[in-house]
Design a protein around this ligand. Sequence first.
Ligand code: PGA
Length: 253
Amino acid sequence: MRVIRVSDYEELSLRSADLIASLIILKPDCVLGLATGGTPLGTYRDLIRLYREGRIDFSQVSSVNLDEYRGLKPDDPHSYRYFMDQNLFQNINIDPAHTFVPDGCESDPASACSKYDAIIDRFPLIDLQLLGLGGDGHIGFNEPSDCFIRRTHCVTLKEETIRANSRFFQDKAEVPHQAYTMGIADIMKASRILMIVSGSSKAAILRQVLEGPVTPAVPASVLHLHRNCTVIADEDALQCCDRLCKDSQFILP
Ligand code: PGA
């Protein structure tokens, strides 16, 4: 696991957008695994800028998103489909037919999950999976558990996740309690993983991820087992990692 230490959120966003842009330039028909939440917003803003400057072309890119709230329609402003449309897809030249988000409206969870697995299986691989880090260590909506769940599943969100995500809603009571998420095996099958972590609210959990054992109680810890995982984290997020050296880049064994 390679950790890149950056000064702040702006630098994090720039570095992560540059990494994704480099992949698109080298492999124009790449498959991106994309994430929602507050952290990727700056990355998407910078990717839109690079697109507008004519430096990247999304016309052959496909995307597969990590998760979606159960029960929300695609045009619900709180759905992750809506988030992606507003914050990235409608601002670049990606083919909407090549963008995939789990179907939150599918009433049968088993069917919703198997349909999303079938979409993931259409791609030989995900070239780069972008991840945020949940305050409880989740990636996608893979919440702390006693086992890693391999494929797409319906998850009941932890109280901490509902509280954290309530900032995007008028009222905490509006936050859906369930979601569909890509499983850990599919995340781990990506050729490259890029996790971005910003802010002091993530400092304690990032320390557990980077310095603690690999355990499904801290789902992101599984990334230690990936052969090509980069974490970009800012000073605030790394403030508890005092056992790690202060270099701008370091490799964890
Ligand atoms: P955030 O969420 O980027 O809004 O902090 C990260 C996550 O829950 O994956």
